[in-house]
Design a protein around this ligand. Structure first.
Ligand code: AMP
Length: 269
């Protein structure tokens, strides 16, 4: 991988990079298509990163679909599928602790201790190996994108971090590798996420922030098959709680449907 990257640089070609954990779907494909159309060569990594999982059961049950991933990447015309082993990514088991400058205070941060630290560790390791010019991430993982943007700059990487819009199923459900674990009943239940995000967007036009927030939480709490982990209205740049006068507001949510944890977000103002 390093040799390929060095060769690309020597030939003055631009290198696009899409890190993934596999079980690829149209959301991943949209990032890959963006890279292919904007860069001379595109690398996609598939690595299920153990350091970003909080629960061993979640890591173990994470879908692994190497054959179909490989086929999709070939069809899309990706130049390199980078499929490293754990030993290659973590030659020493040392955990590096990053200061995320408060971007992990809300939402995923308190609910998944160590998660973003693991994400930053794997992405910086991958950046070191692949040395891309541009790296593509989904807005689906909104907080992750903000943290990676910030950390890439802070750690001095010469990589342009590019955010791509969330791809949804026709029902509104955001595509996710974890959706594969939803039963058809669970899928029906999970439509509440997009419905409430859209409702909040509407409500914010006429009502204050507190009312919109209250309404959203109530919608989830009244739904017997969904367990709300958090619903927050935040400043999309700082990820701090929104105030009424803010001109931009991002609604971010995490829920459990059965034993599957789903996250989503929407620009509501
Ligand atoms: P993952 O394989 O879940 O780690 O995701 C790899 C990349 O794909 C991340 O940058 C995600 O934010 C992005 N991604 C996942 N789902 C979607 C989606 N529905 N729409 C757009 N990007 C996505």
């Amino acid at each position: 991988m390093s040799q390929f990257s060095a060769q690309t640089k020597a030939e003055n070609k631009s290198l696009g990079f899409v890190p993934t954990m596999g079980a690829l779907h149209e959301g991943h494909a949209s990032l890959i298509k963006a890279s292919i159309s904007n860069c001379d060569l595109t690398v996609v990594s598939v690595f299920v990163n153990p350091t970003q999982f909080n629960q061993t059961s979640d890591l173990e049950s994470y879908p692994r679909t190497f054959e179909s991933d490989n086929q999709l990447l070939e069809e899309l015309g990706v130049d390199v599928m980078f499929y490293p082993s754990e030993a290659e990514i973590y030659p020493t088991k040392k955990v590096v602790a990053y200061d995320l400058d408060g971007l992990d205070q809300l939402m995923e941060g308190p609910n998944r201790p160590g998660h973003f630290n693991g994400v930053v560790q794997v992405v910086t390791r991958l950046f070191d190996i692949v040395a891309p010019d541009k790296a593509y991430f989904g807005e689906k993982d909104f907080q992750q994108l903000a943290i990676l943007r910030h950390m890439s700059k802070k750690l001095g990487y010469d990589v342009k971090v590019i955010g791509c819009p969330t791809i949804r199923e026709s029902t509104g459900l955001a595509m996710s590798s974890r959706n594969a674990r939803l039963s058809s009943g669970d899928r029906e239940v999970s439509l509440v996420i997009f419905r409430v995000l859209s409702l909040v967007k509407e409500k914010l036009k006429t009502e204050g922030l507190d009312n919109a927030l209250l309404l959203a939480k109530r919608e989830f709490e009244n739904h017997k098959d969904v367990k709300l982990e958090y619903f927050e209205l935040v400043n999309p740049a700082t990820l701090q709680r929104s105030r009424n006068e803010d001109s931009a507001i991002q609604a971010c949510v995490a829920v459990w449907v059965g034993d599957v944890r789903l996250i989503d977000n929407m620009r509501v103002k």
